[in-house]
Design a protein around this ligand. Structure first.
Ligand code: FAD
Length: 457
């Protein structure tokens, strides 16, 4: 059994692990980055980075990782509702505000390059099996892992271990209080040479079925993600699922997308991922910090995951800068800075997380009263920049203010009631009053539990 010492051990060389290794290595920390598989990942996740995520990369001098990977700039969203397009630009006056969509694996390979080229970073191929603890204090002092080549068990020690092992984290339950919740899945295909209604925009198709997302990820490929309700892994062979994918989905797609979708369905293997929520919760064990999807997850509808990860890493590197914490063995100082991190990250993660959860609830609307909210939401955004600029700023994560989310969400709810009343006519006053009460209660039940739990965490 071998053993070595570092300042920081990071495991998981995915979105967050690589960024963290690159930045901390540049700060002069000796970093060990452990990954079980360094080959290019082929995944259906993390393919659109919001403008706020690009800003975080810039702050870390890592913005080049989204270049040279055949990515596609995105300037906002097109929401297709009952055949009509609602255009929601990030910033119509400033084209420098943009996101970028790409093949996830290509981004990861650039991030890994950044980590490997950073000074003071050692990379190894191994699977972490255990977090080592000091028997007396319970503090995490390092990891035990199996080396891929030799199959040997190796132990590495460091005053700080950063766990960035992703959504299917196996250590989370030992350290993090919150539990993960899955309420839907995304089924994924690649559309070949599809012509989107608004090039360089993410597309959201709203209809009687759950929402469908599309964004072009390279000059030929467009990702389509079809939401499937339910917490269970979809069974592709059931008659119901076949009818859903072969008939219901194409029926709501724009004409130009139908054939590429049917071709993809015929020729590709469907893949899926759970759409999960894991609220933030402080982890109080000294010597370890959980970040990324191992720590905090929101619905992928709004493409906010990588943005939160990059913002978290940027903030962490600021708080642990050697000018503030010269020695990571100063455990009290590190604990104080991690506490600060937990509280400061709320300014962006509350808005991104709550928006993702509440928007999905509105967009998959399956009940009569949710549909009132859904229609009101689309019509509210359609009014113009005075209504959509702040919500799209929250989604882009360029606006970090949960109060704005609260205010805008209830503005949408009350607008929905106006739209509903107008469509029924005041002859239906008793129905309108009843629907208004139910809809406001429903709106509150959609947003408040997330807002409150994220604030209190
Ligand atoms: C369907 C779907 C679509 C999404 N789309 C978007 C999007 O468009 N935009 C966006 O911003 N976010 C999106 N997300 C979320 C985003 O993908 C995640 O937030 C992000 O990938 C999390 O990064 P991470 O570093 O925590 O984990 P990952 O990037 O998953 O990295 C984890 C790494 O840890 C390694 N690992 C795991 N266990 C071990 C171990 N024991 N030992 C060693 N190594 C280990 C893995 O091999 C992997 O390399 C999406 C999520 C889903 C489910």
């Amino acid at each position: 059994m071998g053993s070595s010492n570092f300042d920081v051990i990071i495991f998981g060389a995915g979105v967050g692990g690589c960024a963290a290794a690159a930045v901390l290595g540049r700060q002069g920390r000796s970093v060990l980055l452990i990954e079980r598989d360094w080959s290019m990942p082929d995944r259906i996740v993390g393919e659109l980075l919001q403008p706020g995520g690009i800003d975080a990369l810039k702050k870390m001098n890592l913005e080049w990782v989204i270049d040279g990977i055949d990515g596609i700039d995105t300037y906002g969203y097109a929401v297709v509702y009952n055949g009509k397009i609602v255009h929601l630009p990030y910033n119509s006056a400033d084209s420098s505000v943009h996101g970028r969509a790409f093949h996830h694996g290509r981004l990861i390979m650039n991030l890994r390059k950044a980590a490997k080229e950073s000074p003071n970073v050692t990379c190894v191929t191994a699977t972490v099996n255990e977090l080592l603890r000091d028997e007396e204090t319970g503090r995490v002092v390092g990891v035990s892992c199996t080396d891929k080549e030799s199959n040997e068990t190796l132990q590495y020690h460091a005053p700080l271990t950063i766990v960035l092992e992703g959504l299917f984290s196996k250590f989370r339950s030992q350290f993090v209080k919150s539990t993960i919740k899955v309420d839907s899945h995304f089924a994924a295909l690649i559309l070949k040479d599809a012509k989107l209604l608004m090039p360089n925009h993410g597309h959201v198709i709203l209809s009687d079925i759950a929402p469908i997302l599309m964004y072009q990820i390279d000059p030929q490929d467009t990702r389509i993600l079809v939401a499937i309700k339910g917490s269970k892994q979809p069974s592709w062979n059931s008659d119901e699922m076949k009818e859903y994918l072969n008939e219901k989905v194409p029926a709501v797609l724009p004409e130009a997308i139908k054939q590429p979708y049917l071709d993809a369905l015929r020729t590709q293997k469907l893949r899926s991922m759970p759409s999960s929520f894991l609220g933030s919760s402080p982890n109080n064990t000294p010597g370890v910090v959980f970040l990324g999807d191992a720590f905090n997850v929101r619905h992928p509808l709004t493409g906010g995951g990588m943005t939160v990860v990059f913002k978290d890493i940027d903030l962490l590197s600021e708080l642990l800068d050697p000018s503030i914490v010269p020695d990571l063995r100063d455990f009290d100082k590190v604990a104080a800075q991690l506490k600060k991190h937990h509280s400061l990250r709320k300014r962006y993660c509350i808005a991104v997380n709550t928006l993702a959860q509440s928007l999905y609830a509105l967009f998959e609307a399956s009940t009569y009263h949710m549909k009132i909210l859904q229609r009101g939401c689309v019509e509210y955004l359609q009014v113009g920049p005075q209504n959509y600029s702040e919500p799209i700023g929250l989604l882009a994560a360029t606006l970090e203010d949960p109060n704005v989310l609260f205010y805008r969400f209830f503005a949408v709810a009350f607008y929905s009631l106006r739209v509903h009343a107008r469509s029924l006519g005041w002859a239906y006053a008793p129905v309108i009053i009843y629907d208004s009460i139910v809809t406001i209660i429903l709106a509150s039940s959609v947003i408040l539990p997330y807002l409150i739990s994220e604030f209190m965490a």
